[in-house]
Each structure stands twice: as structure tokens, then as C-alpha cells.
Design a binder for this molecule. Structure first.
Ligand code: PRX
Length: 658
């Protein structure tokens, strides 16, 4: 793995030492949704048969003719089937013994809470589906959603699904400009937003950001605004364009038939950061996606009928799409949603919520776990966590120390941990333990899910041996795989399917050990992973050079104890600009304004020159070595090795460059 970073090398070295294993307890195994390891062989021998069997967990309006048509890289799953995702997530449960079962338990940050049963959720979804129709939204039209974590966000998504209008959700932490960019790429017709959302006691100004975005989004005809905050949000409503959610809902009918969708009709677009260029619109389709998320949710989390399941992600990211909304609700599971921050009003909020609702399954991110570790064990110790049965993690590699802490202080030694590897593009969990079968090792995502085939390859496409690092690739299609990049199929082919003919290139480094366990090493491309958020170096660099003082910028993710990676920017200023601390702050602010606070650089270093190859390519690998205070890697391809040597010296002497 030629471009393996020093940090990955270090993780690899450390992981090679990890020998602890944790077997599922006999008690857990006995009650598990799957405890027979033959599921792996069964799926390997007959991939289509395996998924056809799983497809019975969904209700189809018309049966499919073929399970799979695969001409790499183009996949069609459940060809010819007719199905509706909202019908499967809501209506069929509302018509069953689950009618009065909680579908959503919602906890607002200020402490207010609501429960929506499947019956109630159905009424809300139908009403909002009718609202969308009344605003002129038709099957195939895109609807942008920019909301906080309230039940109405789920209602809006499912209403889109019900009438066959793909949603494009933009995380509420993104800026006006980022929102506009995503709305325009999708050419969305309607925007659904809120007057604001609560976050750490502050108001997230969703509507104000939306207003700024809407100055340059010609496709948007109407804006629906949910009142969450009230007067304090201090928003303006544009006559003719902006409409209140509650006023529209009051007039809408409770009845709405589900649109029969083709299996391969688009369910949603979700934008994510790539190596180069603008964020790309990952396209997920209906049947395969819903089935993949439902099946993995059932097996990986071992959900039972009466479980309360809590995934702490934001619905603005894929984890929320797949494992707060579609997977759990398709399974008729009670899904908990929390609006706010884990440290509000105090650092025990998550454990208070687990205690209050008797959460059985908790799914969170390594960054959160590392933060809880730093806050100390006294916070979880104050609460009754005895209902917890399964713990999950996602979003970034988990270090064995955090894994052990989660195991001891949250799972109290009792709960299997499922470290789940997947991506926006994969739609569903692909590498994961099955808690009733798999012996876990702290820091390893263990094995591919049944039917999923993964390989770790070297530069030339040959599998590397046990213990060596390489590139993680997937060699068989899976139902929830993304089908393309919205309006950019070439990019789909080029970026994911061209490095190794007919194989999906994940962008992650990995190793496989002697037992066939996978250990994820982090991204091998220019995508950073900051607190589990995916940000490209390119986006932050573009935001920096957009500032009038900046001539050139190179951005890297440097290793960070809590966040996984922190954003460090090396910036050259235009002639005559003074390199001041005030300017650093201004640049950080500028990036936050352009993209969102999640992309704000942690460090900015001013430098007269950046290390470049003879073909003028910036060598970020060396900047990473500098920021992580390591010995510099190979510098022989540099145009002027003195530049990097000087930069390193300055950095070490002053904690910053000149
Ligand atoms: O680098 C991997 C990391 O997150 C990337 C995908 O990010 P995103 O599309 O935002 O989706 C995140 C949630 C599914 C991957 O390329 N990643 C995700 N889960 C893990 C992980 N790295 C290591 N271990 C994981 N369990």
C-alpha cells in the first residue's frame, strides 16, 4: 500500500498486537436472530437465493421477475418488482398488531418528548404526502429537506417515499452555500425546513440559512417551514413562497395511497464528499436498499419485537437514513430519535435517555465513545443501563481502548459489540459481526455480512497476505449498493469501478488477519474523517482559496485522539498580506461559513511555500508527517526538498510555519 500514511502504519502495527477475543455468551446465542454460522456458506453458495429468501420480509405490490441483473458496474435488483418504501415502513405495520406500537420515540433537547405509534405516523405521513402533492410535487420530482432531528423530518422523508418523490436531505449543520449547491445539483422543487433546531441550548438557524441559499436556487418553488422554536427563531416568511407546516397539515387529508414504485426507482439522493470536485449525489433505489437495510438491521442488531432501538446519528447522514428510518421502520422496530447534543444539559444526557426509555440497542460513533471516555465513568455509572443488550459503532475505525471502554462501562461486560463498516455508497452495513455468531476482537469489524465478498488488494490488484495492509474492495454486488452518481454516471464508473476492473474500490485501507478478520485502517484517498464526518481536503482547500488573502492552500487530516482526525491547513498568503492570528481566525470562520462548522480547520499554518512534486502536485503525505511530528517520508520526488525541510523546522520550533 504505497500511499499508506504513517498514522495508518501505526494503527496497523498496534492492531497486529491485538489478541483479545470475546465470544458471544451462551445466553445471547440461544436467543439470537441468527446463531447458525451456516448462513455464510448458504449466502456464498447461492447469493440470489439468499436475498430472495430475505425479500420475503418486505411486502410487494407486484412480485419481481429476477433477483439480480449484474453487468459490472451496473446492478438491478428485484427486476420488475413493484414496491413502496413508506408502505413497508409504516402502512403495513399500521394495519397489523403494531398499530398502537411506538414507531418513533422522540426526545427534544430541552426535555420535551413525543411518541408516534405506527398508526399516528401513518396519518402524519399521509397528510404530508398530500401536502407535497398540493404543492405540485409529482413522482420523480426531487424534494430537498433541511431540518433538525424532529419526528417531522421522518414524516417528510416517508411522505416523499410514499408519492415516489426522491428526497435529498442536507444535514442541518451545513451552510447556506452547501445547501444551495446540493439543491441545485438535484434541481429540487420544494424545500422542507424548520424555523430552527435546538443544539446545546442554542438555535441552529435553519430558516435563515435556507433564505440565504434560496437566493440562488431557481428550481425551488415552495418552502415548507416547521415551527420548532417559535418566536425566538425570529424568522421571516416570504409571502407566496414560504408556507407553515402546521397550516398545510391542518388542511390535508389523512388518506393517501402508496405509489407503486419500480424496484429500481430512485428512493433518494444523498450528497457525500469525494476525492475531487463537488460533493456527489449518491443515488439509492427502492427495493434493494430497503431490503439491505432491513435485513442487516435485523441480523446485526439482533432486534426483537419489543426492543427500543437508538441510533444516535443525525438523519442528515446515511447512518440516519438507513438505521434510524428505513431499516428499523421496515422491521416494525421502535426507533428513538434525540434532537440535541450529548452534553446538554449535562454529560450524562445519553445515559439518561437510555435509562428513561429502557434502550435495548445503542448504535453510536467511536468519536462519541472517546468523548465519553474523557468525560469519565461517573456519568454512565449514575444511570440504569441494564436494558442494553447490543452495542454498535460506525463511522470510523474504533481503537481497542475505546472498544474496551464501551464494553466495560456501557455494556457492563454483557453486551456484544458490533463494529459495523460501511459507507454512504454501500447503503447498508457490509462488514460486521453477527452478535450471536461472531467472536469479536476489539478494533476489528470482523467479517463481511453474509453474501458480501470483500478482498484486500495491493497496487496491482493482487490479494495481500494475512497481516499486510492493502486496499479494501468488494467483489460481488449487494442489494443496497448505490446505483450511480446523480447526473454523473461517468464519475460512478471512474471513481469506484476503474481502479480494479469489475470490483468496487472503497477508498479504505484494510488488513485481514489469520482468522479472516478485517481491520479497517482509514481512508487512503483525500477524504478526511473528522468525528465520523466525511469531508474532502479539496472542499476545504476550495473554501480557503476563495478568501481574498489566500494564494494557495493544502489541507490534510492529522491524527486526533478524540475526533479521529483534525483538519490542518497549510496556507500561502498573497503578497503583502500579513500573517496574523486574527487572519487565522478569519480563515477558520470563512471555511465554516462556506461549508459548515464541521469543516472548520483546527489549525492553520502560514507558509511561504508548499512542498510540490516536479509536476507541481502538492505532497499532502509530507504535510501529514509534519503535522503529526514524524520523520518525513520519501522526499525524492519533490521539486525542492528544501521547502519541506524548512517547513518542518519552522513547525517544530514555533508550532507553526512562518
Ligand atoms: O473510512 C470508512 C469510515 O467511514 C467512511 C464512510 O463514510 P460515510 O460515507 O460518511 O459513511 C459513514 C457511515 C456509514 C468509510 O469509507 N468508516 C465507516 N464505518 C467504519 C469506518 N471505518 C472503520 N470502521 C468502521 N466501522
Amino acid at each position: 500500500m504505497a500511499d499508506r500514511t504513517a498514522a495508518q502504519q501505526e494503527r496497523l502495527d498496534a492492531l497486529l498486537q491485538e489478541k483479545r477475543t470475546f465470544q458471544p455468551s451462551e445466553e445471547f446465542r440461544r436467543q439470537a436472530n441468527v446463531s447458525d454460522p451456516s448462513i455464510y456458506d448458504r449466502a456464498r453458495r447461492d447469493l440470489e437465493g439468499f436475498w430472495a429468501e430475505e425479500a420475503k420480509r418486505l411486502d410487494w405490490f407486484e412480485p419481481y421477475r429476477r433477483v439480480l441483473e449484474w453487468q459490472a458496474p451496473w446492478a438491478k435488483w428485484f427486476v420488475g418488482g413493484k414496491i413502496n418504501a413508506a408502505y413497508n415502513c409504516v402502512d403495513r405495520h399500521a394495519a397489523s398488531h403494531r398499530r398502537n406500537k411506538a414507531a418513533l420515540i422522540w426526545e427534544g433537547e430541552p426535555g420535551d418528548s413525543r411518541v408516534l405509534t405506527f398508526g399516528m405516523l401513518q396519518r402524519e405521513v399521509n397528510r404530508f404526502a398530500n401536502v407535497l402533492k398540493s404543492l405540485g410535487v409529482k413522482k420523480g420530482d426531487r424534494v430537498a429537506i433541511y431540518m433538525g432531528m424532529t419526528p417531522e423530518l421522518v414524516v417528510a422523508m416517508l411522505a416523499c417515499a410514499k408519492i415516489g418523490a426522491p428526497h435529498s436531505i442536507v444535514f442541518g449543520g451545513f451552510s447556506a452555500e452547501a445547501l444551495a449547491e446540493r439543491i441545485n445539483d438535484a434541481a429540487a422543487k420544494v424545500l422542507v425546513t424548520g424555523d430552527g433546531a435546538w443544539r446545546r441550548g442554542n438555535i441552529v438557524p435553519l430558516k435563515k440559512n435556507a433564505d440565504a441559499a434560496l437566493e440562488s436556487t431557481p428550481s425551488i418553488e415552495k418552502v415548507v417551514v416547521l415551527e420548532r422554536i417559535g418566536k425566538a427563531a425570529n424568522i421571516a416568511m416570504w409571502p407566496g413562497r414560504d408556507l407553515w407546516w402546521h397550516e398545510l397539515m391542518d388542511q390535508a387529508s389523512d388518506h393517501c395511497a402508496a405509489e407503486p414504485m419500480d424496484s429500481e426507482d430512485m428512493l433518494y439522493i444523498l450528497y457525500t464528499s469525494g476525492t475531487t470536485g463537488k460533493p456527489k449525489g449518491v443515488v439509492h433505489t427502492t427495493a434493494g436498499y430497503l431490503l439491505g437495510t432491513a435485513a442487516t438491521h435485523f441480523y446485526v442488531f439482533d432486534v426483537k419485537e419489543h426492543d427500543v432501538y437508538w441510533c444516535t446519528a443525525d438523519i442528515g447522514w446515511v447512518t440516519g437514513h438507513s438505521y434510524i428510518v428505513y431499516g428499523p421502520l421496515a422491521n416494525g422496530t421502535t426507533s428513538l430519535i434525540y434532537e440535541g447534543s450529548p452534553d446538554y444539559p449535562d454529560r450524562g444526557r445519553f445515559w439518561d435517555i437510555c435509562d428513561k426509555y429502557g434502550v435495548n440497542i445503542l448504535y453510536t460513533a467511536p468519536t462519541a465513545i472517546r468523548t465519553f471516555m474523557r468525560w469519565g465513568t461517573e456519568w454512565p455509572a449514575k444511570h440504569d443501563l441494564s436494558a442494553l443488550r447490543v452495542l454498535g459503532t460506525v463511522g470510523e475505525p474504533i481503537n481497542p481502548e475505546a472498544w474496551m471502554w464501551y464494553h466495560e462501562h456501557i455494556g457492563r461486560g454483557r453486551c456484544p459489540i458490533v463494529d459495523t463498516w460501511w459507507q454512504t455508497e454501500t447503503g447498508m452495513i457490509l462488514i460486521t459481526p453477527l452478535p450471536g455468531i461472531t467472536a469479536t476482537k476489539p478494533g476489528s469489524a470482523t467479517r463481511p455480512f453474509p453474501g458480501v465478498e470483500a478482498e484486500v488488494l495491493d497496487e496491482n490488484g493482487r490479494p495481500v497476505g494475512p497481516g499486510a495492509g492493502g486496499y479494501l474492495c468488494l467483489t460481488k454486488p449487494w442489494p443496497a449498493m448505490f446505483r450511480t452518481i446523480y447526473r454523473d454516471p461517468d464519475r460512478y464508473v471512474r471513481q469506484y469501478w476503474s481502479r480494479y476492473e469489475g470490483k468496487y474500490f472503497t477508498g479504505d485501507g484494510a488488513k485481514v488477519d489469520e482468522d479472516g478478520y478485517f481491520w479497517l485502517l482509514g481512508r487512503v484517498d483525500d477524504v478526511m474523517n473528522v468525528s465520523g464526518h466525511r469531508i474532502s481536503t479539496y472542499e476545504v482547500e476550495s473554501a480557503l482559496v476563495d478568501h481574498p488573502a489566500v494564494a494557495e492552500a493544502a489541507v490534510i487530516g492529522r491524527a486526533h485522539d478524540i475526533k479521529g482526525q483534525a483538519i490542518a491547513a497549510f496556507v500561502t498568503l498573497k503578497d503583502g498580506t500579513a500573517a496574523t492570528d486574527a487572519l487565522k481566525d478569519e480563515l477558520k470562520q470563512h471555511v465554516a461559513r462556506k461549508i459548515g462548522a464541521l469543516a472548520r480547520p483546527d489549525d492553520i499554518f502560514f507558509t511561504a511555500e508548499l512542498p510540490k512534486t516536479r509536476s507541481a502536485k502538492i505532497m499532502r503525505r509530507l504535510l501529514r508527517d509534519i503535522a503529526e511530528r514524524r520523520v518525513l517520508g520519501d522526499t525524492t520526488t519533490l521539486a525542492d526538498p528544501m521547502v519541506v525541510a524548512k517547513l518542518k523546522r519552522q513547525y517544530e520550533e514555533t508550532g507553526q510555519a512562518e
